[in-house]
Each structure stands twice: as structure tokens, then as C-alpha cells.
Design a protein around this ligand. Structure first.
Ligand code: SF4
Length: 450
């Protein structure tokens, strides 16, 4: 390919991926964490935008067909999801099928890892298939803290952001409610059935209340669910070893990709808490605060007054945003904690301090590794009985996590295991998880419940 052709290709990619108005389209949300994605679809509905969470993992073969095997596994899964969805819609609608009626939602992040490339690669594949070049990919980027400008009208932006963030927090809480009650359920299967119904109810709640910013209505519905969920616990079942899951956000949240590791661990007697999606959202905002602070310092030193003003405004803006997110998160967890003991998140600043104290890694390096290592450390200090690092095979930040967290946990005498996935089934995996749980029980029997 010559230079001109290359430039043309880049132009086409950048034109077909960006912030596009989603109004009047059906917004296609790839499923990552199941509950949170459905609640987000509810928020879209609340603002009058049609949105659907695509079936996931059914198109894995298609995803593999259009990748080389070197890509990150989440890229393959999500590509399969969109291709399968388009194929099914085409069969369902026949001549009425028009890719322009949809908007594929695929966020990105910058930095040393490859998440920023998924949507570009998906663009190239979609452009190679008849008609699918018309399907636009709308993207939010971590570089500007997932700002929503351009997707919906300006006057609705703030309300949408607030409802969206609340949906993230409540999605996390419903996940944690499931992990809190399922290991202790009175009858096998009732926790799963209950949480599926709860997800539907909360999605409806967001669709009903989000547009009118009636967050009390949403919280009232949540309380009702939590009260019911608590009754599923059999008080006769003693508490179990507590396991924390850290790792790459997609793999640890996507049940099919991680072959439902949490359920497997529960099968061997664990109570599990996975790192939340809210933690990642807060981290992205926190990172913007850090960047603005660094820029501010530099500009003051250089005496660039205009730049000082700009970075100061940015610093204040992101600080305010982070403050808002923490307040909402704390308020909702506190509310839920009056009914049931569900663990909350660490503040990101606290995690950074933990890393600094231990002098093991730095937030300057970025990526999820700084969150995973610091969380593992904090959980170990809090007395958790084991740490599981879930990630896609070849994931760069997660391998970094592994190389640092593994010896750290060994030093602290906390059981630790890496579990990587690439869509294949490894016969030894269950044995490894079972052995890990044996060690976790030993830790639990020696140290008691944290
Ligand atoms: S975090 Fe890992 S899996 Fe995700 S894009 Fe980066 S390298 Fe790939």
C-alpha cells in the first residue's frame, strides 16, 4: 500500500468512528458486565433513545474468522457480537434491513494497551462487508473522561451523565448482591432467578425515571429489591472464605469469556467480590485530575498564564466530577448497607497511596495494572482469603499485574492465582482453582473471616 492509500485508509477509519448523534438510531451496546449494560440501556430509553444490549458470545466463530489470533480476546468477542447481531437482523428484516438505523457503541481508552484500537479494527472489518460500512461506530474515550458531547443534545448531557453514573453504581450493587446471597441461598438457583428479575425491574426503573431525573424513584426500587434479596440468605449457612477478583475489566466482568469463574469458585466454597465497574470510571476521572495537576504545575513553572488558567479550570472540573461520583457512590452503598452488608470500593486516591507506601508500582505507568496491584494489596491487608487475577491471554497490563502481585501476595501469605482466557477450555483450570480454594480455606481457618 502506498502512502496516499494509507492516508486514505486512516481517513476512512477516523470518519467512521467517532462521536455521532445517537438520536433516532438503535444504539447497540456490547454486553460486558451483564447487569450494568442492561441498566445503561434503560438510561438510553429514559432519554428517548432506542438501545439494545446485543446477545453475546454467540458470534464467537465469526469474531475468530475475522481476526488473526493475535488480537486481545475482548476484541474478538465484541467483533463477533456485532457481526452476529447484524447477520441476525438482516435475516429477521430482509429488505427492510438498513445498517444506517443502528449505532454501534464501542468506547476506547488510550495509553500503552490496545483497547483504543478495537473500534478501529472493527471499522476495518465492517467496511469489508457489503453494506456494513454504513453502520457508524460511536465512541467515547477515556482521554476526555468519557465525555458525552455530540451523542445527545447539549441540554440533556448532564442529566444523562448523572443517570449513567447511577446505573454503573447500581449495576455494581446488584452484582455484589448476587455474590453476597448466592453462596448462602436457601434453595439452589433462587438467587440467579431473583437477580435476573431484579435486573429487569431496575432497567424499567431507569427507563421510567432517568429522563425526568427522578433518582429517588430509582433508589426506592433498589431498596425494595435489596430487602427481598436479603431474605434469600439461609442464616444457618456459616460464612465462607472471602475471595477478591481483580484483573482486566472485560474478562473479569464477562461471564461467558471467563467461563463463569466466580460460579466455579463458589462451587468450591467461596464468597467472591469482583472489582467494580465504578472503580474504573472513578479511576478515569481521577487520572484526569492527576494529568491536570501535572500540567498546572508545569505551566506555573513556565509562567504560561493562559495555560495555567486552562489547566486550573480542568483540574477544578475533574475534581468536582470525581467528588460528585464519590458522593453518589457512597450514598447508594450506605443506603444498601442499612439492609445488607455489601462491600464498597476503595477511593482511587487511597489505592494510589497504598502503592506509594509499598513502593511497588506507580500510577504514572497507568493502565489497569495500577488498580489491580493496589486492590490486591489492600484486600490482602484487609484479610481477604485469596486473590484471583482474571485476564485475557497475552493482556499486557494483566501480565504486569501478575509479575508484581504474585510475589507480593506470597510475601503476605495470601493465596493468589492467575487465570487467563482465550476462548479455549483448559482441562487443568478447575483443578488449579480447586487447589487455590483449598489454600484459601487454610487461610480462612487460620485467620478467620475478615
Ligand atoms: S487491557 Fe489487555 S486485553 Fe484490554 S486492550 Fe489492553 S492489552 Fe488488550
Amino acid at each position: 500500500m502506498n502512502k496516499v492509500q494509507q492516508l486514505d485508509t486512516f481517513r476512512v477509519i477516523s470518519e467512521g468512528v467517532g462521536r455521532f448523534d445517537v438520536q433516532g438510531k438503535t444504539c447497540l451496546i456490547p454486553e460486558m458486565n451483564r447487569i450494568g449494560c442492561h441498566l445503561l440501556a434503560g438510561v438510553f430509553h429514559g432519554f428517548g433513545i432506542n438501545a439494545t444490549v446485543m446477545d453475546t458470545y454467540k458470534g464467537l466463530d465469526l469474531g475468530k474468522e475475522f481476526t488473526s489470533g493475535k488480537e486481545c480476546f475482548p476484541c474478538v468477542v465484541t467483533l463477533g457480537d456485532i457481526l452476529q447481531f447484524m447477520k441476525t437482523e438482516k435475516e429477521r428484516l430482509g429488505n427492510r434491513f438498513n445498517p444506517e438505523n443502528y449505532m454501534y457503541f464501542m468506547p476506547e481508552s488510550s495509553g500503552p494497551c490496545r483497547f483504543g484500537m478495537y473500534n478501529k479494527y472493527h471499522r476495518i472489518v465492517l467496511d469489508s462487508l457489503p453494506g456494513l460500512d454504513k453502520l457508524k461506530i460511536t465512541s467515547l474515550t477515556a482521554e476526555d473522561d468519557y465525555a458525552l458531547d455530540g451523542l445527545i443534545p447539549q441540554e440533556k448531557l448532564q442529566g444523562f451523565y448523572k443517570a449513567g453514573y447511577l446505573s454503573v453504581v447500581i449495576g455494581d450493587i446488584l452484582d455484589r448482591l448476587l455474590w453476597r446471597i448466592r453462596p448462602y441461598e436457601k434453595n439452589t438457583g433462587i438467587a440467579d432467578t431473583f437477580i435476573n428479575q431484579a435486573m429487569e425491574q431496575m432497567r424499567e426503573s431507569f427507563a421510567h425515571y432517568a429522563g425526568e431525573k427522578n433518582f429517588s424513584g430509582i433508589l426506592n426500587d433498589l431498596v425494595h429489591i435489596v430487602e427481598q434479596g436479603k431474605d434469600i440468605i439461609d442464616p444457618q449457612v456459616p460464612r465462607k472464605p472471602l475471595i477478591a477478583v481483580v484483573g482486566e475489566i472485560y474478562l473479569r466482568s464477562h461471564l461467558k469469556s471467563n467461563q463463569d469463574t466466580i460460579r466455579t469458585l463458589e462451587g468450591y466454597g467461596a464468597e467472591v467480590i469482583n472489582a467494580s465497574i465504578g472503580e474504573w470510571v472513578n479511576y478515569i476521572t481521577y487520572d484526569q485530575v492527576r494529568l491536570a495537576k501535572t500540567a498546572l504545575r508545569l505551566n506555573v513553572r513556565k509562567f504560561h498564564l493562559k495555560a495555567v488558567r486552562e489547566s486550573l479550570l480542568k483540574y477544578l472540573k475533574y475534581n468536582l466530577k470525581l467528588f460528585y461520583q464519590y458522593v453518589v457512590q457512597r450514598k447508594v452503598y450506605r443506603l444498601v448497607n442499612t439492609y445488607i452488608d455489601i462491600r464498597g470500593d476503595h477511593k482511587i486516591g487511597h489505592l494510589e497511596k497504598a502503592l506509594k507506601t509499598d513502593n511497588t508500582f506507580s500510577f504514572d505507568i497507568g493502565t489497569e495494572a495500577c488498580l489491580s496491584i493496589s486492590s490486591a494489596l489492600e484486600h490482602a491487608h484487609q484479610g481477604y482469603d485469596g486473590i484471583v487475577n482474571i485476564f485475557p491471554f497475552t493482556c499486557m497490563p494483566s501480565n504486569l499485574t501478575s509479575s508484581i502481585a504474585k510475589p507480593l501476595m506470597a510475601k503476605l501469605n495470601v493465596p493468589y492465582i492467575d487465570v487467563s482466557y482465550d476462548g479455549s477450555y483448559q482441562p487443568g483450570r478447575e483443578a488449579a482453582l480447586r487447589t487455590f480454594m483449598y489454600q484459601a480455606y487454610q487461610h480462612f481457618n487460620t485467620n478467620g473471616r475478615p
